[in-house]
Design a protein around this ligand. Structure first.
Ligand code: IMP
Ligand code: MG
Length: 171
């Protein structure tokens, strides 16, 4: 299937660089723990950290809420948790896209119980039209319309993660 372009690779790279720059500035003299939400955020995270000019620790959490479809099931499951201690750390959650916000809220609430010093959210994409719970995105790449997007790590049924750009499923 041909996947139409929504956000070009060039635009993504410029944006990722500027987000890294902002994070490096805000966390100067800090050593944040970056928590990448798998699987969707792996490409974004890999590009983001390579522009950072501050030391970071990276860890990964795997969460599932979608049962091989384009609709959130609303049931969130931690499939793989982080190993890193969270207590008194400055946490930056790195996610691919905030849609209903249910997954993010679940992750934030869970992490808060481990008493971090701070938690901020960095998301490549924001789809506000479908939001169910309010979510503050501290570092946001792009706002997207109510379409099912793929590429740059984001999948539809495990396909299209390898696209250099963000596209959408037509129809
Ligand atoms: P939420 O809990 O509804 O905010 O869903 C968040 C997660 O659902 C994201 O991190 C994605 O992994 C996935 N998701 C939401 N919208 C899309 C989309 O348009 N394409 C692919 N995955 C999506
Ligand atoms: Mg995700």
């Amino acid at each position: 299937m041909k996947i139409p372009v929504l956000i070009s690779a060039d635009l993504i790279h410029k944006k990722v660089k500027s987000l890294s720059k902002q994070i490096s500035k805000d966390y100067i003299n800090k050593h944040p723990l970056l928590i990448s939400i798998l699987n969707g955020a792996f490409v974004f995270t890999a590009d983001l950290i390579r522009h950072l000019t501050i030391p970071v620790r990276c860890d990964f959490m795997r969460v599932s809420s979608y049962n091989q479809s384009t609709q959130s099931s609303g049931r969130i499951k931690i499939i793989m948790d982080i190993d890193s201690p969270v207590k008194n750390r400055d946490i930056i959650i790195v996610d691919d896209i905030i849609d209903t916000g249910l997954t993010t809220r679940y992750i934030i609430n869970r992490l808060k119980r481990r008493k971090p010093r701070s938690i901020k959210l960095c998301a490549l994409l924001n789809k506000p039209s479908r939001r169910i719970v309010p979510i503050k995105i501290d570092y946001c790449g792009f706002t997207v319309p109510n379409k099912f997007v793929v590429g740059y790590g984001i999948d539809y049924k495990e396909q299209y993660r390898q696209l250099h750009y963000i596209g959408y499923l037509p129809g």
